[in-house]
Design a protein around this ligand. Sequence first.
Ligand code: ADP
Length: 487
Amino acid sequence: MPKKKSAPDWNYAPAPESSSQVNLAKRYDHFIGGKWTPPSNQSYFTSTNPATGKKIAEVADGSPTDVEAAVKAARAAYKGSWGKMSGRERGKYLYRIARLIQERAREFAIIETLDGGKPIREARDIDIPLAANHFFYHAGWADKLDYAFPNQKTAPLGVAGQIIPWNFPFLMAAWKIAPALATGNTVVLKPAETTPLTALKLAELIADAGLPDGVVNIVTGAGETGAAIVNHGDIDKIAFTGSTAVGKLIQKSLAHTEKRLTLELGGKAANIILDDAPIDQAVEGIVNGIYFNQGHVCCAGSRLFVQENVFDEVMWKLKRRMDSLIVGDPLDKNTDIGAINSKAQLKTIQRYIKAGIKDGGEIYQPSCDLPAKGNWCLPTVFTNVAQSSIIAQEEIFGPVLAVQTFRTVPEVIEKANNTPYGLSAGVWSDKGARLFQLTKSLQAGVVWGNTFNQFDPTSPFGGFKESGYGREGGLHGLAAYLNLEFS
Ligand code: ADP
């Protein structure tokens, strides 16, 4: 095996995306019943840029009174024009929203990067186009629900309360709003407190699309605002994406109600490299799975299982690839790893790195200069990780990879499934038969073969075990917003 070389001695010239065209207000109110509505308690919080620590905008802090107003508006729209509208007409609005997202894609990508810290390349090439695709895909179903569910009567549920996290703020909003509208429901959505801005810009876009007032309401705030949505008596369905801890709380609070619930929670995905895998592609898949996007992905490939006889080769290539990753200004088009979303999250990641070292893991981080301000974490890999180590067990939500080895396929199946989570997994092999043997044995909602972190609106996404239940995307995702009855 060749000796590890130091980092490549070339550099890219900076290629920053300009944020000068972006139109952001200093202060955002709630979007309720088609109107910008100040918070009832006059309270606002600040959304900051995690790459600079600078304040971007003030955002309304939602109280139960604000949630009440939003639910009322959503109910009125459901009982009014939206509830009576044909699927064909609903579909036209969804197409219009999709096209407007495409037209304003650049602005949305920049705001996503400013507010959340993810590299502009990710926001521009993945988050925003996929969000538009979700609206296009669901627009197509709006007038075809009878064909989607043959021999069944379909009816919307009513008002959906939707709570989303900070890792894919715009994509999650689209992912939740599009199927709800396609199936004839109305929505009260709460974005995460650290990344509310693209959802608020989406409210502007929705108003531009002429959607009837009250069909989509956006209320901002933190956990208490989310809890007010969950516990509101006139909401028919809760769709939640976030931590397993909060998911469990929500499930408990809804246990005695008839509200429908879908939960998309944490993950600890196994990325499995068999000895006949295309190693170069697999290394790129590992990097894509855990380092791009700062590991801020619930389906991140945070546990790597490498077959023992290719371990040295994989690790040599992986470390060399890590040496070439660019960490820094998320607005720079060359950046691979942007800012950690919040100071609190950075502290959590640092705590896990310390715990990994304490548990006996061998740490590797490339050397690289980090910007003086902002929240940064170097790409990190741990080898010599015991199955019982905290970094192999718990979700870190940062660019930290725990590597283990295996000799046989049954052994890796056992190890990969030995986690409370089951959201996603990846398998790399040259042979279809080996891929399928593994994919059918892994307890994960999504298993990627010779790729990682691929998303498509037509494909259902969701978890096993503590990763939640219910699916989003595809026909399964549509069904989650419908009452279905065999006719
Ligand atoms: P993360 O660890 O990814 O921030 P959280 O589960 O804390 O995940 O947050 C995900 C979303 O859930 C955010 O919009 C947050 O404000 C909201 N949230 C937090 N606590 C609660 C709660 N008790 N009830 C409802 N929503 C909540």
